[in-house]
Write a protein that binds this ligand. Structure first.
Ligand SMILES: Cc1ncc(COP(=O)(O)O)c(C=O)c1O
Length: 264
């Protein structure tokens, strides 16, 4: 608890280096990770971690792959989440926000030196709808609209608003164990006990309280993605402060359901 974020990150990096040495760097082609882990808990890396992974990849000749499928395209208040730490990966995967989900599309970006390998070798890959013109047109139009409407800048601004709202919810509800957010990518972890952090539902499972909270929200016009003991807060990037407040008001009431079984 008394160590800085940088020291914390260094501990993790030292651990990662130990694993690389143990496995043998020549046996590791790449390290692939989400820049900010999405569904599994909106896990925001401590400052220094991504820079440390980049340095380890450079040191041992390992390709660094950033999965930006969930965290990319403005979700965290930057075009790509990895930009928060000033890191350039060798390969980046993207999808969802690439077309604002108006059409299905995934893409992989890579550094020219990696792409050059495919000048000589055929990349054997293909899906029925690979490079479908309608999806590609949707991506181009989406990127243009996001730039014109300054959607990423808006998401960055609303990120601060969401952070304050989540902090307030945390302070007023005993069943809130922790809140985290970066841009418009947030999460509430619900617990039965703040001290022990006993989750409101088991890993990979649900509980009557989590089910009741979800039902209350749906009945009151708020669709939220709940997962195990967590509630993900991942609103459209164009959301206004007023709309966010409207949703948070429903959630504020819904949390009284989980508060009933939480130790004060
Ligand atoms: C972070 C992340 N990476 C990868 C995927 C899988 O993407 P695809 O279906 O394009 O393979 C998902 C899908 O939900 C995801 O959230």
């Amino acid at each position: 608890p008394n160590i800085s974020e940088e020291e914390f990150a260094r501990d993790y990096i030292n651990h990662l280096e130990e694993i690389i040495l143990y496995e043998g760097s020549e046996s590791i082609a790449a390290i692939l990770m989400e820049s900010v882990t999405g569904t599994n808990g909106i896990i925001i890396p401590p400052n220094g971690y991504m820079q440390g992974v980049r340095a380890l990849c450079d040191k041992y000749g390992i390709v660094m792959i950033a999965d930006e499928v969930m965290s990319g395209f403005g979700r965290t208040g930057k075009w790509f989440a990895i930009e928060h730490w000033g890191v350039v990966p060798d390969i980046m995967t993207m999808a969802k926000g690439l077309t604002s989900a108006y059409a299905p599309l995934g893409a992989v970006a890579m550094k020219p030196e990696i792409a050059a390998a495919f000048d000589e070798q055929v990349f054997e890959s293909g899906l029925t709808y690979t490079s479908h013109p309608i999806s590609l047109a949707a991506a181009v139009a989406n990127i243009q609209a996001m730039r014109e409407d300054q959607v990423v800048e808006h998401a960055a601004g609303m990120g601060g608003v969401l952070r304050r709202m989540l902090t307030d919810l945390g302070e007023s509800h005993p069943s809130v164990g922790e809140v985290r957010s970066i841009g418009l990518f947030g999460i509430i972890e619900l617990v039965k006990d703040r001290k022990t952090k006993e989750p409101m539902a088991p890993w990979n499972g649900s509980s009557p309280e989590m089910a009741a909270l979800r039902t209350y929200c749906l009945d009151n016009g708020l669709f939220l993605y709940t997962h195990w003991h967590t509630v993900l807060i991942v609103p459209p990037l164009i959301i206004t402060e007023e709309q966010l407040r409207e949703g948070m008001d429903v959630l504020d009431k819904a949390l009284t359901i989980t508060d009933k079984v939480a130790n004060k």
